[in-house]
Ligand binder design. Structure first.
Ligand SMILES: [Fe+2]
Ligand SMILES: [Fe+2]
Length: 211
């Protein structure tokens, strides 16, 4: 039984197709192979940012005991993923360096409301979307890459990010009414889908359709 099934009355978001309103365009998939080294660098940054995001929630919302232990566990997992990225970067002699991010996180953060309690709900749902989209893209990357070790790595991460997506939504359903959360999932999902269907010159793990 998933975490979500244990939350009575919550809409069941069992898999990423139940939440993501659009699939990644094939033009994005076609850019994976020519850019796999840069994607690995971007991926390492994404894992560290995922840990940052959860630490920020722990730090900012100390009064929500329900968040503390699950998010702490998630932070450890994200940093473990970061370490695995570093391992593969080293294996393929790819330097780890700062790179320009795509517009995905910025587009999602724009929709987060400012009032404290609304902000927490939006941050949990935005995190769920980032995990769900990561999950989808790990699956796509695993499908087209030609490095056997990386294929296995991304297949393993697919499962982890699927669990993270479910965990974030379960937390939202534990704190807020189901109707509030369900409505916000639709709104944030629309903004997420709009970005994914837009065009973007920068190619990254979460970027829009390549120009
Ligand atoms: Fe991760
Ligand atoms: Fe994650």
């Amino acid at each position: 039984m998933s975490n979500l099934e244990s939350v009575e009355g919550a809409i069941l978001f069992e898999d990423i197709d139940s939440i993501l309103q659009v699939k990644t365009d094939e033009k994005w998939v076609m850019q994976v192979n020519p850019n796999w080294q840069m994607l690995l660098v971007d991926h390492a940054h994404c894992e560290r940012k995922a840990a940052d995001f959860a630490i920020n929630l722990i730090k900012s919302y100390t009064e929500y005991e329900v968040l503390q232990a699950p998010l702490s566990k998630l932070v450890r997992e994200e940093m473990r993923h970061f370490e695995l990225c570093l391992k593969y970067l080293k294996m393929y002699a790819i330097p780890f360096k700062p790179i320009q991010p795509c517009g995905y996180a910025k587009a999602l953060h724009r929709i987060i409301r400012h009032e404290r309690k609304q902000k927490l709900m939006d941050m949990l749902i935005v995190a769920a979307f980032i995990e769900a989209r990561s999950c989808e893209r790990f699956g796509l990357v695993a499908r087209v890459l030609s490095q056997p070790q990386l294929i296995k790595f991304y297949q393993t991460l697919y499962q982890a990010e699927l669990r993270h997506f479910q965990n974030y939504l379960a937390l939202a359903f534990q704190i807020y009414s189901h109707s509030q959360v369900n409505k916000r999932i639709i709104d944030i999902g629309q903004a997420e889908a709009e970005f994914v269907q837009s065009s973007e010159a920068v190619f990254r793990f979460h970027s829009a359709i390549p120009i």
